[in-house]
Design a protein around this ligand. Structure first.
Ligand code: ADP
Length: 699
């Protein structure tokens, strides 16, 4: 069951097997069926043909046998009306009569010849034998002749009759029976009856009166001349295929009494008997047998017909037949040849079909393979050129076209997708930038509001403080002048008051500078950065040395930048002082300058101030440029970096910080060779500028 299922599965799944089944089924099923039919019909035709032939053979044999009988009758009639017989009757019977009859019998080939009187009693006998003086009218032919009508019939003569007529006939009739396997069992050892062609003819005198009867006969037992003659007539030379042998036989009852059928030693098969089947069919049934039968030692195509005596009793059979083997061989050979031809045609057809089928399923298999490869992701798989120009070939070409079109479409889609991706990325980036700008703008807004308020407040307060401070300082100078030497004991206190008042004025000035930077801006000039830096070092040298700070300088910048010199100095001093303050226990202060273009190719100079101090906590990084942000409680104002930032920004430069807490900080200042003032010294601009730097550690 499983095997059948898998076979069906295979059939169902493979076009190749389906095609092969389609092509081979008619050959492999049709040819054997055709062979079987040809075999059956051929056999039937063969048997019909043989049956027809044996039928016609039997008719020929029958006619000849009739002619022989009629010949015996005709001979008797001729003798009866002959002059010599008339002469014999004219004389009394004498020994010469017997001799004369003997001469006639020999001349006509008769086995016996009797002259009877008109009552049927024997007058004389050929050979001079003395027959009992009893009328032979009991024999039908004699009785008929006595009535004036000549007659011929086949009769069985009992052995005693034969002995009376001629002991030689009696001896000739004696035939030992040969044991025959298929025959009906028989008690007798021999056949002693004689089968005789018995004829009688009336002899008339000149007046037409019946005066005598002539009775004669030919015994068929052992009469090989007749069977050989029948055989020669029925089976003329060349009428049978090579190797076949024609046979003829006369049966007495079921026993062969005259035959040319040979036994194994080449001897005639006299005394052998017919098979039970034939005996029952012909002798008992009275029908003609036309079929193959086993005769003595081989199969013969046989025809048997019954022989009847004068009373209509079946007393024997006439047989003709021919050896079947050569026909059978011819048939077998023909069938074999036919079979071979069919086999050759089948094999040839199969091979051709396979070849032809291959041209059909090749394209299909290739297309299937391509479909699988395409399914597995190989978009370049194609069927390629195909030899066949039929529908399948065109289908393969169309299939490739389809795949090409699909690939082109897919590529186009991919291109679109890529474009879309990049556009999305672009838009996302733009959006992020816009968001950032928005965020900054919001921060700026908040910060600028705050700073605006602080600025206004600071400006107001600064002015209010400056005046009293100026009054204090003025009056202090007056006090000093008025007291003169009397002021000597409090000179130190006066100096301290002066100093502190000055400090107040400086802070207020810084505040004002922060609140209204434009008012403090000096003129811009081309400043040599390295020289300014050298001045700054000079001014802060005392602080540096005091804290045993190592100073490293790499001043590689070559040109100048456009800026107000004292403002640049203020920025750098602020950075150096912050660095020094970050290293209370000493350390290294590195100052470096170099020529550096910005990302847009704008020429400028980069100044770096690096220390190895405590660094800036990451949470402070964002806030150190904010105004008033300081970690130096008491001593710091938190304005140094924010003012520096404002100054650098004003000239279109940038300031940036990097720091690793515990390791130090580095401030970088980049300045354009040619300053770029994109602002005016008024409040809104001030706000915007400060807001943009607020909360950032870079600008
Ligand atoms: P101030 O020095 O008066 O505090 P600044 O605006 O100059 O005001 O500096 C703000 C803050 O930035 C400082 O209080 C300090 O915390 C930090 N800072 C600036 N420079 C350095 C530096 N080189 N190392 C460590 N911290 C620094």
């Amino acid at each position: 069951m499983r095997r059948r299922k898998s076979l069906l599965d295979t059939l169902d799944q493979s076009v190749r097997t389906k095609l092969l089944a389609l092509v081979l089924a008619p050959l492999l099923i049709g040819v054997p069926v055709l062979l079987a039919l040809v075999w059956t019909w051929g056999n039937q035709a063969y048997h019909r043909l043989l049956s027809f032939k044996i039928g016609s053979d039997l008719v020929t044999a029958h006619e000849y046998f009739d002619r022989v009988q009629q010949g015996v009758g005709a001979d008797l009639q001729a003798l009866a009306s002959s002059v010599p017989v008339g002469a014999l009757l004219a004389r009394p019977v004498e020994p010469a009569t017997a001799d004369a009859l003997h001469g006639m019998a020999v001349a006509r080939g008769l086995d016996f010849l009797h002259l009877l009187d008109h009552d049927g009693k024997p007058l004389a006998s050929a050979g001079g034998r003395h027959l009992p003086s009893i009328s032979r009218a009991s024999w039908a032919v004699v009785d008929s002749a006595m009535g004036g009508a000549p007659r011929t019939a086949i009769e069985l003569f009992p052995p005693a009759d034969l002995a009376v007529i001629d002991p030689a006939l009696r001896r000739r009739a004696h035939l030992p029976l040969v044991d025959t396997p298929a025959a009906v069992p028989e008690d007798r050892n021999s056949e002693d009856r004689g089968m005789v062609i018995h004829a009688a003819a009336p002899v008339f005198d000149a007046f037409g009166h019946l005066v005598a009867v002539l009775e004669g006969g030919v015994m068929l037992n052992g009469n090989l001349a007749i069977v050989d003659r029948i055989n020669a007539i029925v089976y003329r030379e060349g009428s049978l295929p090579l190797g076949s042998v024609g046979t003829a036989t006369l049966f007495l009852g079921d026993t062969r009494i005259a035959t040319n059928v040979r036994l194994f030693e080449g001897e005639r098969a006299l005394g052998t008997r017919v098979s039970r089947a034939v005996r029952e069919h012909v002798l008992e049934g009275g029908r003609v047998w036309q079929d193959t039968a086993f005769v003595v030692n081989d199969f013969y195509v046989s025809g048997y017909e019954p022989i009847e005596d004068s009373a209509g009793e079946r007393i024997g059979m006439l047989y003709v037949g021919f050896l079947e083997a050569p026909f059978r061989h011819a048939r077998t050979w023909a069938m074999g040849a036919l079979f071979a031809v069919f086999v050759v045609i089948s094999i040839g057809g199969t091979v051709l079909s396979l070849r032809f089928a291959r041209t059909v399923f090749r394209p299909i298999e290739r297309m299937n393979a391509v479909i699988q490869r395409v399914g597995a992701g190989d978009a370049d798989a194609r069927v390629g050129p195909i030899a066949s120009r039929d529908e399948l070939g065109r289908l393969a070409i169309e299939f490739d076209h389809l795949l090409d079109t699909l690939a082109a479409k897919r590529e186009e889609l991919q291109r679109w997708a890529d474009e879309l991706d990049s556009k999305v990325a672009e838009r996302t980036a733009e959006l992020a930038e816009a968001n950032e700008i928005l965020r900054r703008a919001q921060q700026q807004l908040v910060m600028s509001e705050k700073l605006a308020a602080i600025g206004e407040l600071t400006a107001g307060v600064a002015h209010e403080i400056n005046n009293p401070v100026a009054v204090i300082q003025g009056n202090l100078d007056v006090l000093n002048d008025v007291l003169g030497p009397q002021a000597e004991p409090v000179r130190e206190e006066i100096r301290l008051i002066h100093q502190q008042a000055d400090r107040i004025r400086q802070i207020v000035t810084k505040l004002l500078q922060f609140a209204r930077p434009g008012e403090f801006a000096g003129y811009a000039e081309n400043v040599a950065v390295n020289a300014v830096l050298a001045d700054c070092v000079l001014l802060t040298r005392h602080n540096i040395d005091k804290r045993r700070i190592e100073l490293v300088q790499a001043l590689d910048a070559s040109g100048t930048v456009e800026i107000n010199r004292s403002e640049l100095q203020q920025v750098l001093i602020n950075l150096i002082v912050n660095a020094v303050q970050a290293m209370p226990e000493g350390g290294r202060l590195s100052l470096a300058t170099e020529d550096r273009e910005d990302e847009g190719g704008q020429p400028g100079i980069l100044i770096r101030v690096r220390d190895t101090g405590q660094g800036i906590a990451s949470e402070h990084l964002d806030r150190i440029f904010d105004p008033f942000f300081t970690t130096k409680k008491g001593s710091g104002t938190g304005l140094g970096l924010s003012i520096s930032y404002t100054i650098i920004e004003r000239y279109g430069g940038r300031i940036h910080v990097d720091s690793t807490p515990g390791e130090g900080a580095e401030f970088s200042v980049w300045l354009r060779r040619e300053a770029h003032f994109d602002d005016a010294p008024n409040a809104p601009d001030f706000r915007a500028r400060w807001a943009s730097g607020a909360g950032k550690h870079t600008a």
